[in-house]
Design a protein around this ligand. Sequence first.
Ligand SMILES: Cc1cc2nc3c(=O)[nH]c(=O)nc-3n(C[C@H](O)[C@H](O)[C@H](O)COP(=O)(O)OP(=O)(O)OC[C@H]3O[C@@H](n4cnc5c(N)ncnc54)[C@H](O)[C@@H]3O)c2cc1C
Ligand code: SF4
Length: 351
Amino acid sequence: MMRASPFSYFAPITIGEVAKILAGEGPRALLLAGGTDLIPNMKRRTQTPAVLVSLRRVAELRGLANGRIGSAMTLSSIAESPHLSPHRALIRAAAQVATPHIRNAATLGGNLCLDTRCNYYNQNYEWRQAIDFCMKRASDGGGHPVRNEDGVCWVAPGSPRCWAVSSSDTAPALIALGATVTLVSIAGRRELPLNDLYCDDGIAYLTKPSDELLTEVVLPDATGWRSTYWKLRRREAFDFPVLSVAAAVKLASDGTVLDARLVLGAVASHPLLIAEAQELVGMPLSDDAIERLAAAAARFAKPLDNTDFALGWRKRVARAYVTGALRELRGDDPATLGLLARRATALRPLS
Ligand SMILES: Cc1cc2nc3c(=O)[nH]c(=O)nc-3n(C[C@H](O)[C@H](O)[C@H](O)COP(=O)(O)OP(=O)(O)OC[C@H]3O[C@@H](n4cnc5c(N)ncnc54)[C@H](O)[C@@H]3O)c2cc1C
Ligand code: SF4
């Protein structure tokens, strides 16, 4: 049986108390939200916090009104919320995380702060010991993994960095929707665009310091916007994304694009915002424009051999999924989109 190493447990009831405990305990403390990722990680000893600070009793973190979503809202309540239905990409992303049981416990904050993943790291202690670990390692008694200067990266052995993959479903969707997040510590509160929360580093994947708590996500007005989320995974029933595409466009009444955002998930250590989406602005969503953006996005998608499926194939599917997502936003017949997705994944390799 896998057991977590010993830890102390706090169950504060206000955001202020959480911030105070985090400031006092420093990097040895981790927040415990739904625990659906953290607890298995602690058992595998990939995260080994000496202190857990539970958010379960902090009622202030569970609000949902006027586009403001408390970070402790569960993914089920988000996926089922009629207030959030204009933000379709988020609803679709939340509804496709894991299984119904997990979504009933898993929170939005936990999903946004999810550790990056790698086939060589998300294994139990003995498995990792057998390969002499790697560059990413659990810090003894510390919450977040740290860099092991003696370790190699098994995915890219000559590489000076870790390439573990950002696998959050809601992060790309919320970035495409233009969300901002509120962070609180004893120093005060600050807001930043969600995209700025992430670093292109498989170990230190968040820009925020460990004493900051993510309290809420703020969505801008969705009037005039359409959005969607496409997810590739091995098992349709439940699985982490191996590729995801979040797209949002604001269209004028004549179909001209007024604004556009495109984000790829699970192809890098952070959600990948594709700046070229702005080139759609001022033109209709024609087949040519969609194809150009899909080709550009596939060039930026550089999947490595540390998740599921063959990487060359995943890159091809990236192009097809971007095309499908944008055609969906244009209003194409869903039957033709289903065909497109099936064609894209038809030659699915076994490894
Ligand atoms: C079988 C299985 C399948 C899964 N499939 C998917 C999937 O398809 N897609 C997907 O995205 N995830 C998946 N997950 C991972 C996980 O269930 C989800 O990402 C979930 O949303 C994590 O939320 P949580 O509340 O349980 O976070 P926790 O496990 O409690 O925490 C995760 C991390 O976030 C930090 N954290 C939590 N809340 C905050 C906060 N408010 N402020 C700052 N830091 C915070 C924690 O300290 C921890 O480091 C899966 C997990 C399992 C076990
Ligand atoms: S990408 Fe390399 S360093 Fe990072 S977890 Fe995987 S094997 Fe380890």
